[in-house]
Write a protein that binds this ligand. Sequence first.
Ligand SMILES: Cc1cc2nc3c(=O)[nH]c(=O)nc-3n(C[C@H](O)[C@H](O)[C@H](O)COP(=O)(O)O)c2cc1C
Length: 287
Amino acid sequence: MKIDFDVTAAIRSRHSVRTYDPDLAPDEATCRKIMAFDSDVGNPFGVEGVSISLIRGDRLSDLKLGTYGVIRGASAFLGLTVPDNDEALIAGAYQMEAAILYATSLGLGTVWLGGTLRRQAFAKAFGLADGLILPAISPIGYPAPRRLLERVMRSAARSDSRKPWEKMFFSCCAGVPLTQSDAGPFAEALGNTRLAPSSLNAQPWRLIKDGERFHFYAQYSDSLSAFDRKLKHIDMGIALCHFSLTLDQAGIYGDFCKCDALPPTPAGYHYITSWRLGSRGRDNSPA
Ligand SMILES: Cc1cc2nc3c(=O)[nH]c(=O)nc-3n(C[C@H](O)[C@H](O)[C@H](O)COP(=O)(O)O)c2cc1C
């Protein structure tokens, strides 16, 4: 699909917004544009049952205090509903982050919420169907000046910084850093992957460049709870979205696949997927 907003500009300007202007909600036309974008973009993994919905206005009256005071002034929310498995979490997060970046390009603020939400109240408001889960939501609205609570949260999570490039991106095998110049035409996509938001700003994505393939891993301890593992898979879907949308916009085409022959990796690396350069390769005239 042709992405008609500047992906890198949206990635660079996106940051979590927890305080919204209560007098300025996204209007119906803007909400419709976001939902139309979402249904066009989908996800590249062919996973079914993933859905992004938007609720706003009076349907939110039940949701008072629905975010434990973390969010103020929002009158619209995006919600992600998926079947309860890792692939669906990754695909759903990819799709929701694409909608978030598009909303950012329209001047809207968002923040992923996977923990600080009253899940049952939101599940009811989103009309969650049997057999699906609501792993995350995001308010959507126009940013207002940050409150003290928000400034404290950002500072605690070090939200303005990211791990250095050489701790995330490797060449041939984990531990051998991939330099920006070795990344060549992929450098912008990797730089944008590095800027992805993640739960507690943990940035679990690790990439190994293997010729014209990139293997993606989530780094986390094997003793992680089932709930926290879900958040890691969401983080990975978001990172994959930044990587793939940046390449699409640069006219570098490829696809995601599962590889059998993988380089050795340290404990705690959990293989997610690989991206390989497609047969159309580098082509600046998308079909
Ligand atoms: C999957 C996921 C879950 C998150 N859950 C919460 C949450 O429950 N409450 C919250 O205030 N922020 C939450 N965040 C926001 C992160 O703290 C934030 O993205 C990170 O600190 C980086 O800051 P930035 O988004 O401004 O770049 C979540 C982010 C992600 C990706």
